[in-house]
Design a protein around this ligand. Structure first.
Ligand code: SAM
Length: 402
């Protein structure tokens, strides 16, 4: 704790330990919107496997596979050399695996293998360690191991066995590896945020930036999950992945959230000129518009929901080339049904339009892509704070397509 305290002191921060939350950061100076609060290089990192990427710089072009392990990609000799100290040991370990087993080496498994290898190299002084570049920080993270259900424990135990199989270190502690996987899950963040700061990634560094003025003495707070969703949805995700009940002002503002939930996750009024939100009626016949009083029957809602499910259940295979047209037409059918069913600010409708935007950009249909990008903006403006990077990114996408 003292090491951590010293590491952040000069940056205008202090570590505090609150009984109900655990460790958190307090400011000892003012921070202003956009200002960097914290910047941290990764202890270890690996690209995810949705697209092949260079292990050194995460570029996705002009890649060559490591000829020995056939798992890791590089964009050239500069990155290969910069990663060599760590990859040398990883390469030997991966090359020992049978070809079939190598396919099971997911990014999480690789990350854990690299964590142990880096710790070993630092312990043996092959690579330097410093206060902020040390495995001690990983050891201090919360793991919530005791809160995991059996299914999750079994999964982490299996993943730990694979790490053991790769490393083949007799002294390795399987329980510690499983606990590290749990740490990975409940200390991981996406680009998302509410109250006053966001965690974003700039290259390999993680950077926390202020999205509003944070006065001296305030707690720096980032959201762990995507904040587009009702309180119920957000609370459920936080409980399942991070094992706590959030008590931030937005989460405890219950009344307004009934309205907000009905807008973000509920249905639209039968009268398509009316923008009212719907609540379940007391006789359970359906949903009543809170603006004009029209009833939408349960049966009608059910019918449209099942039509949407039927289309979504047909696997949307747009990722393989040649299937784009089919995927576009399927998503358009879903969009049409969602426009009939959901409130205009519905998150599901916004997500469908994002999918369409993605595919239309892939096929280079810029005109339609722009139309869909523009349609997502009002939803983004509603769910993200004014200075949120995801809102900025969506404006940027619109501008770039234009
Ligand atoms: C990424 S860690 C945050 C750092 C952690 N507090 C520590 O001491 O290392 C996430 C965990 O912190 C705790 N936590 C974070 N924010 C909280 C909050 N607003 N209320 C209660 N617990 C919280 C939960 O146990 C959660 O799983």
């Amino acid at each position: 704790m003292e090491e951590l305290q010293n590491a952040v002191k000069d940056g205008g921060l202090a570590v505090s330990n609150l009984p109900e939350k655990g460790r958190c950061l307090l400011t000892t100076k003012n921070f202003y919107p956009g200002e960097v609060i914290l910047r941290q290089e990764p202890y270890v990192c690996v690209p995810n496997n949705t697209v092949s990427r260079c292990d050194g710089c995460f570029a996705s072009e002009s890649l060559k596979k490591c000829s020995a392990c056939q798992v890791v990609w590089y964009c050239g000799s500069t990155c290969q050399k910069s990663e060599w100290k760590l990859h040398r040991l990883e390469c030997i370990a991966l090359s020992r695996l049978e070809k079939e087993k190598r396919k099971a080496v997911t990014p999480s498994i690789r990350l854990m293998v690299r964590l142990y290898l880096r710790r070993k190299l630092q312990n043996e002084m092959f690579i330097p360690a410093s206060v902020t570049d040390s495995c001690n920080f990983v050891e201090a993270l919360v793991s919530h191991l005791k809160d995991l259900d059996e299914k999750q424990l079994v999964l982490y135990a299996q993943m730990a066995s694979l790490v053991h199989l790769i490393l083949q270190w007799p002294e390795i502690n399987l329980k510690e590896i499983a606990e590290n996987f749990s740490k990975l899950a409940c200390n991981a963040h996406t680009i998302s945020a509410l109250p006053n700061a966001v965690l974003i990634f700039e290259g390999k560094s993680s950077v926390v930036r202020a999205v509003e003025h944070i006065p001296e003495g305030a707690e720096v707070s980032i959201a762990y999950i995507d904040i587009a969703g009702s309180t119920m949805t957000r609370q459920k995700t936080l409980k399942e992945q991070y094992f706590f009940t959030c008590t931030c002002p937005r989460c405890i503002k219950a009344y307004n959230d009934i309205q907000e939930s009905a807008i973000l996750e509920g249905y639209r009024c039968k009268d398509d000129r009316c923008n009212g939100f719907l609540l379940r009626d007391s006789e359970d016949k359906g949903f009543i518009c809170q603006t004009c009083g029209l009833l939408r029957s349960k049966e009608e809602v059910k019918r449209i929901v099942s039509e949407i499910t039927a289309i979504s259940d047909k696997e949307l295979k747009y990722k393989s080339p040649g299937n784009h047209e089919e995927a576009i037409s399927q998503y358009k059918m879903i969009e049409k049904l969602q426009m009939e069913l959901c409130h205009p600010f519905s998150i599901s409708l916004m997500r469908t339009r994002e999918e369409l935007l993605k595919i239309l950009m892939e096929v280079g249909d810029w005109r339609e892509a722009l139309a869909y990008c523009r349609l997502t903006i009002p939803g983004y403006q509603r769910v993200y704070p004014e200075l949120h990077p995801l809102l900025g990114l969506q404006y940027y996408t619109c501008g770039k397509i234009e």
